[in-house]
Ligand binder design. Structure first.
Ligand SMILES: NC(=O)c1ccc[n+]([C@@H]2O[C@H](COP(=O)([O-])OP(=O)(O)OC[C@H]3O[C@@H](n4cnc5c(N)ncnc54)[C@H](O)[C@@H]3O)[C@@H](O)[C@H]2O)c1
Length: 470
């Protein structure tokens, strides 16, 4: 099938490349000329596993990039809208990009098309798209609007798209429902996963996803409610971690015990400095606005947001408790992205914590495997960017772990111990066992677990304090 995807961001680009991989002919449209020319040269603007392979396979063959919505709409049967829906000041989703694209699509119609809302949007958006398009388009052009929310996670976006748990299609008639079924048929019937040259499926993935057909309104709510639920799990475990700290229990033991219950599950039950990224913060806020607008009290969402924000400040208090004053302290920072596996720093807890530390006149040496260029755009030269974790640790009063990159959990701790000025590791992601840190002679401060200090170095935190006073 011929498919247009409007927006070549984390979702649009991945969707376009994966549709091409599934055998469709795809035109991906963006109005950011710099991004477009990079893509046309085969350069990939985001860090995402397997995306380079897909572009290599399909660019110029089944995958093309364009700046013309009109050309793409006229050449295709289905048009996916995958532009941003950032938060407004009041927490509502800003739908102006979606509206602008819907108008342009309406002006370009040259026959029946299915318009697919892929961006995350509040309930009723498909009705609005339909209304706006009807008002804008010239008489005689038929179209349907379908909601098909996206559940991919950055870092594993390609495999999430090709091997999803479920595909949700919110359509109000059979014709558009069938078209969406046809688009996703290689994943639904398992034929994609049977191909010899497929992108390898992740362990534990189902070979055939559930296809869930709903109304458009239900599909829109499924997406908002799913993200709010996942965010709630993270805030829940963080609140439990705070209780653990008070009673000297171990959150890592507690979360394993909770997650082993299949009714609960262990995913999204990691204690730390809270969720970030371009989705959870804005989607929880947007869902809260939706509930308010329709007159439903949903204070649980207020608490999810409050706990998440407080978690970053708790972490800062730990840094302060370890080092006493912050002014002039040298801190190594591991991680800038909002989570491991991505270069995305939108709403990253790491960036927020660094900004607060910089405002307290700390000197920061930061490392991230993928997000340093993006971080530099925001943090400028207020921090130094270094080549690896060990350089970040060199001469530091403490090493802070702010992103859950897998690489960070495999450091040579004895080497880190030798490089640090004082042996303090403050881990906002609980990447290490306390015993491993203790064996390496490091004082390890983490989330929801009491601090173990090597006997010989129990005064190191204090040493750092006295040096700063000299
Ligand atoms: N990032 C994720 O992990 C994720 C996961 C699921 C759903 N979503 C949702 O998908 C949507 C897109 O998210 P994203 O992270 O890909 O955003 P993004 O900001 O990375 O990409 C959006 C793209 O749309 C382009 N664009 C904006 N207006 C345009 C126009 N008029 N014509 C052509 N292109 C235009 C922008 O230039 C940009 O490249 C959002 O609603 C988001 O909530 C995101």
């Amino acid at each position: 099938m011929k498919i247009a995807v409007i927006g070549s961001g984390y979702v649009g680009l991945v969707a376009a490349a994966c549709f091409a991989e599934m055998g469709h002919s795809v035109i991906c449209v963006d109005n950011d000329e710099r991004k477009l020319s990079a893509l046309q040269r085969g350069e990939i603007p985001i860090h995402e596993l397997y995306l380079p392979e897909l572009l290599e396979r399909h660019l110029g063959r089944r995958l093309h990039f364009s700046n013309s919505i009109k050309d793409a709409v006229q050449a295709c049967s289905a048009v996916f809208i995958a532009v941003g829906t950032p938060p407004l000041e009041n927490g509502e989703a800003d739908l102006s990009f979606v509206e602008a694209v819907a108008r342009e699509i309406a002006l370009s119609l040259n026959g029946y098309k299915v318009i697919v809302e892929k961006s995350t949007v509040p309930v009723y958006t498909s009705d609005w798209i339909r209304r706006v398009m009807k008002r804008t388009c010239t008489a005689g052009s038929g179209f349907d609007v379908v909601s098909n929310p996206e559940f991919l996670r950055e870092g594993t976006a390609v495999t999430d798209f090709l091997y999803p748990d479920r595909i949700v299609v919110g359509a109000d008639n059979q014709r558009s429902r069938e078209l969406l079924r046809e688009i996703y048929s290689p994943t639904i019937d398992g034929s994609y996963s049977a191909q010899a040259d497929r992108i390898p499926e992740p362990t534990n993935s189902q070979t055939k996803p559930k296809l869930i057909m709903t109304s458009a309104k239900s599909a829109e709510l499924i997406k908002h409610a799913s993200n709010a639920f996942l965010a709630m799990k993270i805030s829940f475990i963080n609140a439990v971690a705070n209780v653990c700290e008070q009673v000297d229990a171990d959150i890592e033991e507690v979360r394993k015990g909770i997650g082993a219950d299949r009714r609960i599950g262990s995913a999204f039950l990691n204690a730390g400095i809270g969720y970030g990224g371009s989705c959870f913060p804005k989607d929880v806020a947007a869902f809260r606005s939706v509930a308010q607008q329709v007159g439903c009290s949903f204070p649980l969402l207020d608490d999810v947001i409050k706990i998440n924000s407080e978690q970053r400040h708790r972490f800062l208090r730990k840094v302060r408790e370890t080092l006493w004053t912050l002014k002039g302290k040298r801190l190594g920072v591991l991680g800038l992205a909002f989570k491991g596996g991505t270069d995305d720093i939108r709403e990253s807890p790491a960036i927020e914590i660094i900004k607060l530390l910089v405002s307290e006149h700390c000197s920061i040496r930061a490392y991230d495997p993928a997000a340093m260029d993006r971080a530099r755009e925001v943090l400028k030269e207020s921090v130094s960017y270094v080549a690896d974790c060990y350089e970040a640790a060199e001469g530091a009063d403490a090493l802070l772990v702010l992103t859950d990159w897998e690489d960070f959990s495999q450091l040579d701790l004895k080497r880190i111990r030798g490089l640090l000025k004082y042996p303090n590791v403050i881990d906002g992601r609980n990447l290490y066992s306390r015993e491993a840190m203790l064996n390496a002679g490091l004082t390890y401060i983490s989330v929801g677990r009491s601090t173990l200090k090597p006997i010989a170095s129990s005064e190191h935190a204090v040493d750092a304090i006295s040096v700063s006073l000299e």
